[in-house]
Design a protein around this ligand. Structure first.
Ligand code: TRP
Ligand code: CA
Ligand code: ZN
Length: 312
């Protein structure tokens, strides 16, 4: 029997439907749970290029109290506003200079259960701070933009933060936590921190502060077949510390700073033994060239995986 044109259209439509269902529920995924998107690393790197240009136009850095910091903040805010986030700039003072945190809320979800991700946006004065911490800043920015592209409707409420003056001793993040009422602190289910996630001679370190948050990242890396280690390069040396001190569960990823990669680590991760994870840490050479694209890609995808898994 020849197919009637209408039946042909229906057949084509049902094939399309099958295709969509297959795509939405990959083998091994839980039906009804949206799969986290693949974060395009080229887009993350495009943000790094912008941070590099901002530093070049502002005396070579993006440090607290310098024009390159505020220009970086305005760049991130512009992207988030255009994507439908509710943003606010929170001012504070440190060392006689005005500092700024940027908070971005994704409308919707249960605001008594907040999943939060943050990264410090300031560099040291020595250079443009592309791995430290353009990398974490760009990775969570692109994850936030992916939330918007997917029009993700999670059960929990999503909040992203870019901190000022981390390099002066976690000043911005501490100021934010101190500004929250005890009720608002108790509403944060978890805070995820990303400080240096594209180190050029990378390690794959997962914060072990909270077992449930640690597990989400370890699961992602197990799926990739990439071994991880517990983050130990100076515990509490980044913006998760004020959250942890306030009793909020914290997690995060780190690809290494000025510690040297051991022979055992080079065997499992590749790269160069006896060399720092980031030999340009806090130096003028922390430029867009000071990035492992592979580490940046894996960590960006791991961030999206964690946000989707924790907020659903
Ligand atoms: N926070 C440090 C900086 O910005 C980098 C750093 C060192 C770090 N050790 C860490 C970050 C451990 C996270 C975890 O200069
Ligand atoms: Ca990716
Ligand atoms: Zn730093």
């Amino acid at each position: 029997m020849a197919l009637h044109p209408l039946r042909m259209r229906l057949a084509a439509a049902s094939l399309l439907t099958v295709g969509v269902l297959v795509a939405a529920t990959p083998v091994g995924a839980t039906p009804g749970v949206a799969a986290a998107p693949d974060i395009p690393v080229a887009s993350v790197k495009a943000h790094l290029t912008q941070f590099q240009s901002i530093a070049a136009a502002n005396g070579g850095n993006r440090a607290h109290g310098r024009p390159g910091y505020k220009a970086s903040l305005d760049y991130v805010k512009g992207k988030l506003d255009a994507a439908g986030f509710t943003t606010s700039i929170r001012q504070f003072t440190s060392g006689g200079r005005t500092g700024y945190n940027l908070i971005a809320d994704w409308p919707g979800g249960d605001t008594t259960q907040v999943v939060m991700a943050g990264a410090h946006l300031d560099s040291v004065t020595a250079g443009p701070g592309i791995n430290d911490n353009g990398s974490g800043s760009a990775a969570i920015l692109e994850t936030a933009l992916a939330v918007s592209r997917a029009q993700f409707k999670p059960t929990k409420h999503l909040r992203f933060a870019w901190w000022g003056a981390e390099e002066l001793g976690m000043v911005g993040s501490r100021n934010y936590v101190n500004s929250l009422s005890l009720t608002d602190r108790s509403r944060i289910d978890g805070y995820l921190n990303f400080d240096m996630v594209g180190s050029p001679n990378p390690g794959y370190f997962v914060y072990d502060d909270d077992p449930a948050l640690e597990k989400v990242f370890k699961d992602y890396y197990t799926g990739l077949g990439v071994p991880t280690e517990i983050e130990t390069e100076g515990d509490g040396r980044s913006d998760h510390a004020p959250f942890k001190n306030a009793g909020i569960p914290v997690g995060g990823l780190f690809s290494g700073a000025d510690y040297l990669k051991t022979t055992a680590q080079a065997q499992k991760w590749g790269g160069t033994a006896g060399k720092a994870f980031d030999a340009c840490y806090h130096s003028s050479c922390d430029t867009a060239a000071n990035i492992s694209t592979t580490a940046l890609d894996r960590n960006s995808d791991a961030i999206a995986y964690a946000i989707w898994a924790l907020a659903e």
